[in-house]
Design a protein. Structure first.
Length: 195
Protein backbone atom coordinates (compact mmCIF):
# COMPACT_ATOMS: atom_id res chain seq x y z
CA UNK A 1 0.00 0.00 0.00
CA UNK A 2 1.43 3.36 -1.03
CA UNK A 3 1.35 5.90 1.71
CA UNK A 4 -0.82 8.79 0.50
CA UNK A 5 -3.13 11.07 2.38
CA UNK A 6 -6.86 10.51 2.39
CA UNK A 7 -8.79 12.10 -0.44
CA UNK A 8 -10.98 14.20 1.88
CA UNK A 9 -7.90 15.83 3.44
CA UNK A 10 -6.43 16.49 0.00
CA UNK A 11 -9.67 18.20 -1.07
CA UNK A 12 -9.81 20.20 2.15
CA UNK A 13 -6.22 21.36 1.75
CA UNK A 14 -6.84 22.48 -1.81
CA UNK A 15 -9.63 24.70 -0.46
CA UNK A 16 -6.89 26.72 1.27
CA UNK A 17 -5.07 29.50 -0.54
CA UNK A 18 -1.75 27.97 -1.56
CA UNK A 19 1.09 28.88 -3.84
CA UNK A 20 2.54 26.54 -6.42
CA UNK A 21 6.23 25.64 -6.49
CA UNK A 22 8.11 23.77 -9.21
CA UNK A 23 11.51 22.16 -8.76
CA UNK A 24 13.94 20.22 -10.91
CA UNK A 25 15.80 17.02 -10.02
CA UNK A 26 17.78 17.52 -6.83
CA UNK A 27 16.11 20.83 -6.05
CA UNK A 28 15.70 21.76 -2.40
CA UNK A 29 12.24 22.55 -1.06
CA UNK A 30 13.75 23.36 2.35
CA UNK A 31 16.89 22.68 4.38
CA UNK A 32 17.37 21.24 7.85
CA UNK A 33 17.35 24.16 10.28
CA UNK A 34 15.05 26.37 8.17
CA UNK A 35 12.10 27.90 10.01
CA UNK A 36 8.85 26.04 9.39
CA UNK A 37 6.53 28.52 7.69
CA UNK A 38 4.96 26.35 4.97
CA UNK A 39 3.24 22.97 4.68
CA UNK A 40 3.74 21.34 1.26
CA UNK A 41 1.60 18.89 -0.68
CA UNK A 42 3.14 17.07 -3.65
CA UNK A 43 1.11 17.40 -6.85
CA UNK A 44 3.58 15.80 -9.30
CA UNK A 45 6.90 14.04 -8.87
CA UNK A 46 8.56 12.93 -5.66
CA UNK A 47 10.19 14.77 -2.76
CA UNK A 48 12.47 12.97 -0.31
CA UNK A 49 13.07 13.91 3.30
CA UNK A 50 16.75 13.28 3.96
CA UNK A 51 18.52 13.31 7.30
CA UNK A 52 22.30 13.51 7.14
CA UNK A 53 24.20 11.35 9.62
CA UNK A 54 27.35 12.28 11.55
CA UNK A 55 29.36 9.71 9.56
CA UNK A 56 28.49 11.48 6.29
CA UNK A 57 25.76 9.05 5.28
CA UNK A 58 22.18 10.01 4.56
CA UNK A 59 18.89 8.38 5.46
CA UNK A 60 15.67 8.83 3.49
CA UNK A 61 12.85 9.27 6.01
CA UNK A 62 10.01 9.94 3.57
CA UNK A 63 9.27 9.73 -0.13
CA UNK A 64 6.31 12.04 -0.66
CA UNK A 65 4.57 11.28 -3.95
CA UNK A 66 1.52 12.88 -5.60
CA UNK A 67 -1.16 13.54 -2.98
CA UNK A 68 1.32 13.22 -0.12
CA UNK A 69 1.95 15.79 2.59
CA UNK A 70 5.65 16.54 2.95
CA UNK A 71 7.04 16.55 6.50
CA UNK A 72 3.61 16.82 8.10
CA UNK A 73 5.11 16.33 11.59
CA UNK A 74 6.93 19.66 11.13
CA UNK A 75 3.65 21.53 11.29
CA UNK A 76 4.16 21.92 15.05
CA UNK A 77 7.95 22.32 15.04
CA UNK A 78 9.81 25.62 14.89
CA UNK A 79 12.47 24.27 12.46
CA UNK A 80 12.82 21.47 9.92
CA UNK A 81 14.97 18.54 11.05
CA UNK A 82 15.67 17.25 7.51
CA UNK A 83 16.40 18.43 4.00
CA UNK A 84 13.60 18.07 1.43
CA UNK A 85 15.04 17.25 -2.00
CA UNK A 86 13.17 16.46 -5.21
CA UNK A 87 13.73 13.04 -6.77
CA UNK A 88 12.69 14.32 -10.19
CA UNK A 89 10.84 17.24 -11.72
CA UNK A 90 8.16 18.05 -9.15
CA UNK A 91 5.24 20.38 -8.50
CA UNK A 92 4.06 21.22 -5.00
CA UNK A 93 1.55 23.50 -3.39
CA UNK A 94 2.62 25.34 -0.25
CA UNK A 95 0.22 26.49 2.45
CA UNK A 96 1.18 28.77 5.31
CA UNK A 97 1.48 27.02 8.66
CA UNK A 98 -0.62 29.76 10.19
CA UNK A 99 -3.51 29.07 7.79
CA UNK A 100 -3.37 25.32 8.46
CA UNK A 101 -3.34 25.84 12.23
CA UNK A 102 -6.27 28.25 11.95
CA UNK A 103 -8.20 25.56 10.03
CA UNK A 104 -7.67 23.14 12.93
CA UNK A 105 -9.37 25.53 15.33
CA UNK A 106 -12.19 26.56 13.00
CA UNK A 107 -13.02 23.39 11.03
CA UNK A 108 -13.69 20.07 12.83
CA UNK A 109 -13.97 18.24 9.49
CA UNK A 110 -10.46 19.38 8.58
CA UNK A 111 -9.09 18.40 12.00
CA UNK A 112 -10.67 14.94 11.71
CA UNK A 113 -9.33 14.42 8.17
CA UNK A 114 -5.87 15.43 9.40
CA UNK A 115 -6.10 12.96 12.31
CA UNK A 116 -7.18 10.17 9.94
CA UNK A 117 -4.21 10.94 7.68
CA UNK A 118 -1.76 10.93 10.59
CA UNK A 119 -3.18 7.64 11.92
CA UNK A 120 -2.55 6.08 8.51
CA UNK A 121 1.01 7.42 8.47
CA UNK A 122 1.67 5.98 11.96
CA UNK A 123 0.31 2.60 10.88
CA UNK A 124 2.53 2.64 7.77
CA UNK A 125 5.61 3.64 9.79
CA UNK A 126 5.03 0.85 12.31
CA UNK A 127 4.44 -1.69 9.56
CA UNK A 128 7.59 -0.60 7.73
CA UNK A 129 9.71 -0.87 10.90
CA UNK A 130 8.41 -4.42 11.45
CA UNK A 131 9.08 -5.43 7.85
CA UNK A 132 12.61 -4.05 7.62
CA UNK A 133 13.49 -5.91 10.82
CA UNK A 134 12.89 -9.21 8.97
CA UNK A 135 16.09 -10.75 7.65
CA UNK A 136 15.17 -12.13 4.23
CA UNK A 137 13.54 -10.73 1.13
CA UNK A 138 11.13 -13.68 1.22
CA UNK A 139 10.02 -12.87 4.78
CA UNK A 140 9.61 -9.18 3.96
CA UNK A 141 7.55 -9.95 0.86
CA UNK A 142 5.39 -12.42 2.81
CA UNK A 143 4.71 -9.77 5.47
CA UNK A 144 3.86 -7.18 2.83
CA UNK A 145 1.46 -9.56 1.08
CA UNK A 146 -0.20 -10.56 4.38
CA UNK A 147 -0.63 -6.89 5.34
CA UNK A 148 -2.25 -5.99 2.00
CA UNK A 149 -4.37 -9.12 1.70
CA UNK A 150 -4.11 -8.94 -2.10
CA UNK A 151 -1.97 -10.68 -4.70
CA UNK A 152 1.11 -8.83 -5.87
CA UNK A 153 0.26 -5.93 -8.21
CA UNK A 154 1.45 -5.72 -11.83
CA UNK A 155 5.17 -5.46 -12.62
CA UNK A 156 5.05 -1.66 -12.98
CA UNK A 157 4.52 -1.32 -9.20
CA UNK A 158 7.31 -3.68 -8.10
CA UNK A 159 9.91 -0.95 -7.64
CA UNK A 160 7.63 0.83 -5.16
CA UNK A 161 7.10 -2.44 -3.30
CA UNK A 162 10.89 -2.89 -3.07
CA UNK A 163 11.13 0.62 -1.62
CA UNK A 164 8.38 -0.10 0.91
CA UNK A 165 9.99 -3.30 2.18
CA UNK A 166 13.53 -1.95 2.17
CA UNK A 167 15.15 -4.14 -0.49
CA UNK A 168 16.67 -3.45 -3.87
CA UNK A 169 14.38 -3.85 -6.87
CA UNK A 170 16.69 -6.57 -8.19
CA UNK A 171 16.41 -8.61 -4.98
CA UNK A 172 12.62 -8.35 -5.10
CA UNK A 173 12.52 -9.36 -8.78
CA UNK A 174 14.63 -12.46 -7.99
CA UNK A 175 12.28 -13.43 -5.14
CA UNK A 176 9.22 -12.98 -7.33
CA UNK A 177 10.85 -15.05 -10.09
CA UNK A 178 11.32 -17.90 -7.58
CA UNK A 179 7.60 -17.83 -6.82
CA UNK A 180 6.34 -17.22 -10.36
CA UNK A 181 5.25 -20.82 -10.92
CA UNK A 182 2.55 -20.54 -8.23
CA UNK A 183 -0.61 -18.48 -8.37
CA UNK A 184 -0.22 -17.42 -4.73
CA UNK A 185 1.39 -14.07 -5.55
CA UNK A 186 -0.28 -13.13 -8.75
CA UNK A 187 -3.70 -12.06 -9.91
CA UNK A 188 -5.41 -13.85 -12.77
CA UNK A 189 -3.88 -11.64 -15.51
CA UNK A 190 -0.32 -12.51 -14.39
CA UNK A 191 -0.98 -16.23 -13.98
CA UNK A 192 -2.60 -16.36 -17.41
CA UNK A 193 0.44 -14.71 -19.02
CA UNK A 194 -1.29 -11.41 -19.79
CA UNK A 195 1.28 -9.06 -18.25
Amino acid sequence: MIPIMSRPLFDLLLDCAGRELSATVGGYVFHAGDRVTTLYVVIEGEVRLIRHQLDGGAQILQRARPGGVLAEASLFSPRYHCDAVTGGPSRLIGFTVREIRDRFRADPEFAEAWAIHLAGEVQMARFRSEVVALRTVAARLDAWLAWRGDPIPPKGAWKQIADQIGVTPEALYREIAKRRHTDVLFGSAESEGKT
